[in-house]
Write a protein that binds this ligand. Structure first.
Ligand SMILES: O=C(O)CCC(=O)C(=O)O
Ligand SMILES: [Fe+2]
Length: 198
């Protein structure tokens, strides 16, 4: 549940992005970080980008209330069924966004060397204008955005422990995002992205 009404609307052309810094209390964010870190069967897949195969620079897991697979960068992920904790977080995200989700893709960035390269969440299984709701737990990391038509148009936002970032509307058509590496000595970060996978 949202603690404060505080929300930040990113003022970017052709984007619809809202940031809720205090979506979860620190106490609950701590609990979720610990539980998910210990209980999720994290996997490290081999990805193929520009014809080269290498281990993905983070760990992932897919959860869903259906058995539809999700494919990107040459990986096909099979979902697990929602656990009680993930189901609880999903309900809270659904309440705030007034949306329902079928799936949650989890990312575990073990330290500052783990990352997520430039991409849009534009796989066809996500539909035309997907609403992506992204919960951050653990170490703060910068989330970069760049305009697809003019890559010099950029923005970044620090994703804090317990925050929720919502991307919707045409955002994925016009913008890419990434989570770059950092040389700072930081701990792990868990990210949960709720989506509809059709
Ligand atoms: O870790 C993040 O905040 C971003 C994750 C992301 O972009 C994705 O999984 O598609
Ligand atoms: Fe993404």
């Amino acid at each position: 549940m949202e603690l404060f009404e505080t929300k930040l609307i990113l003022d970017l052309p052709d984007a619809n992005i809202v940031y809720h810094p205090s979506f979860l209390s620190h106490e609950r964010a701590n609990q979720y970080y610990q539980t998910l870190g210990e209980t999720i069967p994290w996997q490290q897949d081999q990805i193929t980008v520009f014809g080269k195969t290498h281990p993905q620079p983070r760990l992932t897991a897919l959860y869903a209330d259906n058995d539809k697979t999700y494919s990107y960068s040459g990986i096909t992920m099979k979902p697990h069924g929602f656990t009680p904790v993930l189901h609880q977080i999903k309900k809270e995200v659904e309440q705030l966004t007034q949306n329902t989700f079928t799936s949650c893709l989890l990312n575990f960035y073990r330290d500052g060397k783990d990352s997520n390269g430039w991409h849009s969440d534009d796989e066809k299984e996500l539909g035309t204008n997907p609403l992506i709701a992204s919960v951050s737990l653990g170490a703060e990391r910068f989330f970069h955005l760049r305009n697809k038509a003019d890559k010099r148009i950029k923005s970044k936002i620090l994703l804090q422990h317990g925050s929720l970032l919502i991307m919707k509307g045409a955002t994925q058509h016009y913008w890419q995002h990434q989570l770059p590496k950092t040389s700072k000595k930081i701990g792990g970060r868990i990210n949960l992205t709720f989506r509809v996978i059709q």
